[in-house]
Ligand binder design. Structure first.
Ligand SMILES: *[C@@H]1O[C@H](CO)[C@@H](O)[C@H](O)[C@H]1NC(C)=O
Length: 305
């Protein structure tokens, strides 16, 4: 399906109310020594981004003691968390569930905005739709049994093109929240078309989620989007600070103006990551902040701010 303007798109799905919320995806290893972030490291991260949001998302619970270490920082800075759970393999999933059971009871449920089981697990074909759906249900049962947690939403995050595939409808049906990832950069788009492409992708995902749920009253977030500030080009996509700034204004401010909640990939450059051969060396340059500055690389203000 093709749309000629954001306005045309949103009249289709009946959106356009409050400004969409903003949050950031957050890495859990330090750049200085690649060690797992401590509670103090998270506090310092939150201080840097607190002028823009109080919401972050992490990808796993037991890896890097993430949940244990981030809880004191959430309390100290009054930040809110979307918490990831890694659903494969079985022993990893068991460790994740053990971390939920051990640490969620130590923090009020109001700090936990939602729990996402799997991050692009379908896209990577880590497990089948029905297996992921049953793991989402299993995590919901565990979490809702914790005192105070009976209303915390549980769902998943996946790439927009996977969510629009009818073969994955079970996963949407099993999810209280569904997050769609969309990167115009990885679609090789020019800057001129990057916003059009982004909005088109997100709207396709949202429409399928709404029709699968049979309701427009669903909790939907963009789970990851952004533009790299350095590294090699991918087809027609060129990383640069200027292009990241333009993508922010047109796509991120633009879609939030239409009421869509957005998590940006990612808060900080992750220079600890090995520079892989693979695609163009952009993996260490997705941060809105570098790893050692408290000012963002470009202006984050939107017209509506
Ligand atoms: C722009 O993006 C749309 C939506 O993804 C796509 O269908 C179209 O081919 C793109 N146009 C160009 C010129 O790349």
């Amino acid at each position: 399906m093709r749309f000629n303007s954001i306005a045309a798109l949103f009249s289709v799905v009946g959106y356009a109310s409050a400004i969409g919320s903003l949050g950031f995806d957050l890495g859990v290893q330090r750049n200085s020594d690649s060690a797992c972030k401590t509670s103090d490291d998270y506090i310092s991260d939150f201080e840097t981004i607190s002028g823009y949001t109080d919401t972050v998302r992490v990808y796993a619970s037991s890896d890097c003691y993430t949940l244990a270490n981030i809880i004191p920082a959430l309390k100290e800075k009054n930040f809110k968390l979307f918490l990831g759970v890694w659903p494969t393999d079985d022993s990893h999933f068991a460790s994740e569930k053990a971390a939920l059971s051990a640490y969620l009871p130590t923090i009020d449920a109001s700090y936990i905005l939602g729990i996402t089981v799997g991050s692009e697990a379908l896209y990577r074909a880590d497990l089948s739709a029905s297996d992921l759906a049953s793991r989402i249900d299993e995590v919901r049962e565990l979490v809702h049994a914790i005192d105070g947690y009976s209303n915390v939403p549980v769902g998943t995050v996946d790439s927009w093109n996977v969510l629009v595939d009818g073969a994955n409808a079970d996963v949407i049906s099993s999810s209280d929240i569904v997050f769609a990832n969309a990167f115009s950069y990885w679609q090789g788009q020019t800057m001129a078309n990057s916003s059009h492409s982004f909005v088109d992708d997100i709207m396709q995902a949202l429409q399928v989620i709404q029709s699968t749920k049979g309701s427009t009253d669903i909790s939907f977030w963009i789970g990851e989007t952004g533009w790299p500030t350095s590294g090699g080009s991918y087809e027609s996509s060129v990383p640069s600070v200027d292009n990241a700034a333009q993508f922010w204004q047109e796509s991120i401010c633009g879609i939030r103006a239409w009421g869509i909640n957005t998590l940006v990939f990612e808060a900080f450059d992750e220079s600890w990551k090995p520079v892989t051969s693979g695609v163009s060396g952009v993996e260490t340059h997705w941060g809105v902040w570098t790893d050692d500055s408290t000012s963002p690389k470009f202006s984050l203000s939107c017209e509506f701010d």
